[in-house]
Design a protein around this ligand. Structure first.
Ligand code: ADP
Ligand code: MG
Length: 602
């Protein structure tokens, strides 16, 4: 007897479903794409239980006739692609005609849809891929699709679904991407009857990002663009300055020809633009739209169309990292060229070129510059007061009754303060330019991290009210006790606000909005994070604002003793090349670069 059986079609469909519909977020993706393909201007999504129980999408697109509605659930039923030669010219999200057939094979689905020209809407119920009822009802133009009990008939897939929160995060991430790209449409997103996004039509990507991420992103967003005109490649979008980061890559979105893709190489290209600027394990936010001629990219290599393949991947990567780097340079790097006299034309008889102007670079303090072993690391040598921990008034000045640090003559020479902001320091091989605030901030941050637990808690004269998004509140409420443990007394205040009433002494003048928001972001990203991890993040943020508040500022005049102490401490501080926000503390101009600039020994 033969061993081969042909699977009944609905069984085959259920097996194939795994490729297109892997989890609730993949259903949402197909439904939103269909709505956008149908020209919808308003997209309203609601989901229950992370989408496992119910997903409902309402659009105001062109709708379907009763015949089309029935056909839409058949395999390879599509109104979008006519022949395989069309593949390079794809302008719609869908083209394979398999999404609705697949979803309806693994859920209980109802659709209500009406075309402009029809008086009534068609309502179909589909189960196991077959239409089980059809009625005419009244309804708005457009389509409403409801998907209940996903995988009710495929228990093994149901078993592999993640926790409600995890499935929801995936949907939220997806909707953020859609809403970002289609900033000119209305989006509303609800989970378990709570509004998560309510996004009126925005006039630009920037405005949409502020709606999505919060208006406080305004000062952190940097426009980013680049192109390879020869090939017709371009990249456009926004990244955040190093002042706004999170602990993972989930704030980064890259689109290729209007599709959100998860491509580690593209994200890496974006991040490499931040090389030497961000501390390890910190990632910016960003949304970048890449466009390339359709012939140079294959969007059909992944069942869910999440991956793409480029004809010239290296050129794309370079374009992205270059665009990011130059966007950051504009806002971060002091441009040394402009401070030197640059001749308009090459000087006669020399090979002088503009490219020869030395570029500043951030470096590790090198071991041979100052012998670190000369400094003792004991508490006795660097008492707490001397570290500025005793209070911001103390700054760097050392009280006379505390032991002075014993600093042997170091191999560096303080030359002076520049613009009351930077310290000029000669070392044996060149010049260090140190940002006094950033450097002191890093020193204090490392100290605070070790000492936070011992700090007293004081009541604030005026409680700080922190407005938050609905989602942030939802994330934070279960964790308020962790704030209390760190001395921040915080409570729910009005629907979308938290009130801070007491704080650790050294943080009492700080603004807590940032700490609270970044903690919410951390919880969102690390939903499986245990209490200890969240506590660690919270302490981190707290120490960063305390350090920022207490450090000497740009514009403060420092005397030689203060400077020497700062330099000595900086040398002994961990992560001393960047401040806690990721800005560099130190720039090094080596002897060779200086010599090259003056055309010695070239
Ligand atoms: P594809 O999007 O690849 O064409 P789908 O299975 O997702 O395949 O959809 C099948 C067809 O159903 C689409 O080509 C379209 O004609 C129709 N359709 C699906 N969703 C909608 C919608 N929201 N509005 C109008 N038509 C729709
Ligand atoms: Mg589709």
């Amino acid at each position: 007897m033969g061993k081969i059986n042909i699977l009944p079609p609905h069984e085959a469909q259920k097996i194939a479903a795994g490729e297109v519909v892997e989890r609730p977020a993949s259903v949402v993706k197909e439904l939103v794409e269909n709505a956008l393909d149908a020209g919808a201007q308003r997209i309203i999504l609601s989901a229950d239980d992370g989408g496992r129980k119910r997903i409902r999408l309402i659009d105001d697109g062109v709708g379907m006739s009763p015949e089309d509605a029935r056909l839409a659930f058949c395999n390879h039923a599509t109104s979008k692609l006519v022949s395989i030669d069309d593949l390079t010219q794809i302008k719609t999200y869908g083209f394979r005609g398999e999404a609705l057939a697949t979803i309806s094979a693994v859920s209980r689905l109802t659709v209500r849809t009406r075309e402009e020209s029809s008086q009534e809407a068609t309502e179909l119920a589909v189960e196991n891929g077959a239409v089980i009822s059809e009625i005419l009802v009244s309804g708005n133009r457009g389509t409403e699709i409801q998907v209940d009990d996903l995988f009710f008939n495929v228990p093994v897939r149901q078993k592999f679904l993640k926790r409600r929160e995890t499935e929801w995060r995936a949907i939220e991430q997806l909707m953020t991407a859609f809403a970002g790209f289609h900033f000119d449409r209305f989006f509303s997103v609800e989970h378990n009857d709570r509004t998560v996004f309510h996004l009126p039509v925005a006039s630009s990507l920037r405005d949409r990002l502020l709606q999505l991420w919060g208006v406080h992103f305004d000062e952190h967003l940097v426009a980013c663009s680049g192109s390879d005109d020869l090939r017709g490649y371009a990249v456009n979008g926004f990244i955040t300055r190093p002042s706004k980061t999170r602990y993972d890559r989930s704030g980064l979105f890259v689109f290729v020809n209007s599709r959100w893709v998860r491509n580690a190489k593209l994200t890496q290209a974006l991040l490499s633009g931040f090389d030497n600027i961000l501390p390890p394990d910190q990632y910016p936010f960003g949304m970048l739209m890449i466009t390339v001629p359709p012939a140079d990219v294959d969007v059909n290599i992944h069942p869910r169309k999440e991956e793409v393949r480029f004809a010239h991947p290296r050129i794309v990567d370079q374009m992205i990292s270059q665009a990011v780097r130059s966007a950051l340079e504009k806002v971060l790097v002091p441009r040394i060229e402009s401070t030197f006299f640059v001749p308009a034309s090459p000087v006669q008889g020399t090979n002088w070129r503009v490219e020869d102007i030395p570029q500043p670079r951030s470096v590790e303090w090198r071991e041979q510059t100052v012998d670190e072993q000369m400094f003792t690391r004991s508490e006795q040598v660097f008492p707490e007061q001397a570290m500025g921990v005793a209070g911001s008034e103390q700054r760097l000045s050392v009280a006379s009754d505390v032991p002075q640090p014993v600093v042997p003559a170091p191999k560096y020479r303080f030359l002076g303060q520049l613009l009351a902001t930077y310290l000029l320091v000669e070392v044996d091989d060149g010049l260090l330019l140190i940002d006094q605030h950033a450097a002191h901030e890093r020193i204090l941050y490392e100290v605070f991290k070790k000492r936070l637990a011992a700090s007293n808690v004081v009541q604030l004269v005026f409680p700080q009210i922190v407005p938050l998004t609905i989602l942030e509140i939802e994330l934070l409420l279960p964790h308020l006790s962790l704030f209390h443990e760190q001395g921040i007394e915080v409570e729910h205040f009005g629907e979308n606000q938290l009130a801070v009433r007491a704080a650790p002494l050294h943080a009492k003048n700080c603004s807590f909005a940032e700490v609270i928001r970044e903690t919410a972001a951390f919880i969102a990203e690390h939903e499986s994070a245990d209490k200890n991890l969240i506590t660690e993040c919270l302490r981190d943020k707290l120490c960063a604002i305390m350090a920022c508040k207490s450090a000497v500022k740009a514009g403060d005049l420092l005397n030689d003793a203060e400077v020497n102490e700062l330099l000595a401490k900086l040398l002994m501080t961990d992560h001393r090349t960047t401040c806690p926000h990721g800005r560099p503390t130190t720039w090094f101009f080596g002897r060779r670069e200086i010599e090259r600039f003056f055309q010695r020994h070239i």
